[in-house]
Design a binder for this molecule. Structure first.
Ligand code: ZN
Length: 281
């Protein structure tokens, strides 16, 4: 098991309330880069074990957490991957994963601000899969062995931009700077009692707006990895936003307001808390 963080510009392993500098634990300075660490995810288990009995480098609560996957080559995102969300969107169930991209420059840390781009900005809590071992034509039965771990994300969306024109184009409306909070940690798959049944939720301030389990995914994680790898070569550090359940703002006409805090959570992984701010204000 391991719990990987990206804090103060370096990779760290979390142990309880504390963190250990990964490069120091492993004696390899190249591991200061989270992308290098993710590509060696098989070895992270042993380095995590090596933190036992070592003096920690600091308290997680005192650190600035950055996006745990800062520079992936690809950020896939899946639309309408829960029946409940397809129903509230009045859309048919998709015959294959409806895939778009969020450009990597939208990624921010678990406590960073969301810079509102207009009056129709919406929330979407999602399980995020992080590829550790790349490949092409990965069989569904082998797919989990290519996953470094899981984290949590918000697929923040400017609905006005997303739904302009016919057909709509999702990628830019979901790629404004700050529209991809992820974290707080990259958690190894072996820590989940069932990695295909993970509870996740989203609160706006203290009001619960989304609550579901990934057991309800139309296309589960192994299928997504296999399907995407049939088209693109997957590389270590590539990430997949797996889709959001029902309870997004657009269904009720409510959108994010300046000052509101989007609180997203998932079992085992932890929580994101992102405050909404006005751009330039
Ligand atoms: Zn989404």
């Amino acid at each position: 098991m391991f719990r990987l963080l990206h804090l103060d510009g370096r990779t760290a392993l979390q142990s309880g309330d504390h963190w250990h500098d990964l490069a120091a634990v492993a004696g390899d300075e190249t591991l200061a880069s989270p992308m290098a660490a993710i590509a060696r995810f098989d070895e992270l288990h042993a380095w995590q074990a090596a933190t036992a009995g070592r003096v920690a480098d600091g308290l997680v609560a005192d650190a600035t957490l950055l996006p745990v996957v800062p520079t992936p080559s690809k950020v896939f995102a899946i639309g309408l991957n829960y029946r409940s969300h397809a129903a509230e969107s009045a859309m048919e169930l998709p015959p294959a994963p409806l895939t778009f991209t969020k450009f990597p420059s939208c990624l921010v840390g678990p406590h960073d601000d969301i810079e509102l781009s207009g009056p129709m900005v919406d929330w979407e809590v999602e399980l995020v899969v992080v590829i550790g071992r790349g490949g092409r034509h990965i069989a569904e039965a082998d797919a989990w062995s290519h996953v470094a771990g899981l984290t949590l994300g918000q697929d923040i969306s400017d609905r006005a931009v997303q739904l302009t024109g016919k057909p709509p184009q999702f990628s830019l409306g979901k790629s404004f700077d700050t529209y991809g909070p992820i974290g707080p940690a990259l958690v190894s798959v072996d820590q989940f009692p069932d990695p295909d049944d993970i509870e996740l939720w989203c609160d706006i301030d203290s009001e619960r707006v989304q609550h579901a389990t990934t057991a309800d995914l139309i296309f589960p994680v192994a299928h997504l990895v296999s399907y995407l790898s049939s088209i693109c070569t997957l590389e270590p550090g590539d990430i997949i936003f797996t889709g959001t359940p029902d309870g997004v703002g657009m269904a009720s006409g409510r959108f994010l307001q300046e000052g509101e805090v989007v609180r997203s959570g998932a079992a085992v992984i932890g929580e994101l808390a992102n405050r909404c701010v006005k751009v330039g204000g």
